[in-house]
Write a protein that binds this ligand. Structure first.
Ligand code: NAI
Ligand code: MG
Length: 368
């Protein structure tokens, strides 16, 4: 089979790190002795605005819908700070999420052995850490209606946000979490606040029902979200997969991210519903970081978040688990060999640039 990838490098360091991902894609194509992946590159964000006056063109949207997966760099930068709201660079990413119906956001927190010393936690707490946060991305309090600031007329205003979850939304995110747990250590922690929120009561009920019906082999625990935040910092290795709503997932994934180090290391995936005929999910893979205008053009960007995002595509979109393991191991090996971009180097240590880091990962692939 040939897998089609739409590459959307975007702005700032986006094109620089996408070039690194391109080298890795080429390596896997060479190894397979032909075309394992076909790629097409297009514009998104400020780059698309400059060319078409929109953060993503309809033609690009069609390509994204047709592709097996989208690899996304980053969008935005000072050049576009004053463009109209509905065509600002971020609108390109929001449109992709909406039209591809990407309701599940996957954020791994992995601690590479070579970087365990650099964590803000004690080395023994994070060494070997490998957890996955599954965040509901399209519902909850960020989108629920009513959402407004009311004028109460007595000099007072009232701000209203509404947390809304329907059964089907909880069911489908729970399925993603249980499916993923089966490929890992078979444990799901479901996090909500049922003690003070009705959405938490329904969340727990639905997650439990999904498990009983279809995933009795997966271990399930329920943990209040505030305790979950505390446990992530106290004893992070107790977790395998954590599933939670949009708001708690936003916070817990950022907490988990910082257990393991720099923004330049963090990949993510956003998945949609499985296609009824092929079973394949629409998916977008992107680094967690932004376009880093402060280092754009200097050749110093860390390509690992982007390359690890491609590794997630191998694993979750294409079922190429052996290839995904190989690439993750190559990243670890490059770090073991001492290669450090500036963002992950201790003060005063020698650093390498984007190209050297990419070359170290390719060399590790050659030698593994
Ligand atoms: P940022 O993530 O771009 O940068 C924050 C800091 O981390 C900067 O000092 C940057 O140099 C550093 N950094 C980020 N990625 C790095 C990498 N791969 N290697 C080395 N250092 C790295 O966040 P910031 O500065 O808040 O936003 C810059 C622009 O990016 C803004 O226009 C923002 O709207 C946009 N943005 C886009 C996102 C996306 O496309 N998904 C996500 C976050 C921000
Ligand atoms: Mg966040």
């Amino acid at each position: 089979t040939t897998h089609s990838l739409l590459l959307l490098p975007g702005d700032g360091i986006g094109p620089e790190i996408m070039a690194s991902a391109g080298e890795v894609i080429d390596w896997f194509n060479r190894r397979a002795g032909g075309k394992l992946f076909t790629t097409e590159t297009d514009l998104v964000g400020g780059a698309a605005y400059d060319a078409h006056g929109a953060a993503i063109s309809e033609e690009t949207m069609q390509k994204a819908l047709a592709a097996d997966a989208v690899l996304f760099g980053a969008v935005g930068g000072p050049k576009w700070d004053d463009v109209p709201y509905d065509v600002r660079p971020e609108a390109g990413l929001l449109r992709l999420r909406k039209d591809l119906q990407l309701f599940a956001n996957l954020r791994p927190a992995i601690c590479y052995a070579a970087l365990a010393d650099a964590s803000s936690l004690k080395k023994e707490l994070v060494e070997g850490l490998d957890i996955l946060i599954v965040r509901e991305l399209t519902g909850g309090v960020y989108f629920g209606e009513p959402k407004e600031i009311r004028d109460l007329g007595n000099g007072q205003k009232r701000a209203v946000d509404t947390q809304v979850y329907d059964t089907f939304e909880i069911e489908r995110i729970a399925r993603v979490a249980f499916d993923l747990a089966r490929t890992r250590r078979n444990k799901v922690t479901s996090s909500e606040k049922r003690n003070v929120m009705k959405s938490g009561v329904l969340w727990k009920e639905v997650v439990e029902r999904v498990r009983e019906a279809d995933y009795p082999d997966v271990e399930l625990e329920h943990m209040l979200a505030d305790n979950c935040g505390m446990q992530l910092v106290r004893r992070p290795k107790q977790f395998d997969v954590i599933v939670c709503d949009n708001l708690f997932g936003d916070m817990l994934s950022d907490v988990a991210a910082m257990l393991t180090g720099s923004l330049g290391m963090l990949p993510s995936a956003s998945l949609g519903a499985p296609d009824p005929t092929t079973g394949r999910r629409k998916a977008l893979y992107e680094p967690v970081h932004g376009s880093a205008p402060d280092i754009t053009g200097t050749g110093r960007a860390n390509p690992i978040a982007m390359i690890a995002s491609f590794a997630m595509a191998l694993r979750y979109s294409f079922g190429l688990v052996e290839e995904a393991d190989l690439l993750d191991k190559a990243i670890a090996t490059a770090l073991d060999s001492g290669a450090r971009t500036a963002d992950i180097a201790p003060d005063g240590a020698d650093t390498v640039g984007t190209e050297e880091m990419t070359a170290a990962i390719i060399a590790a692939l050659d030698n593994l």
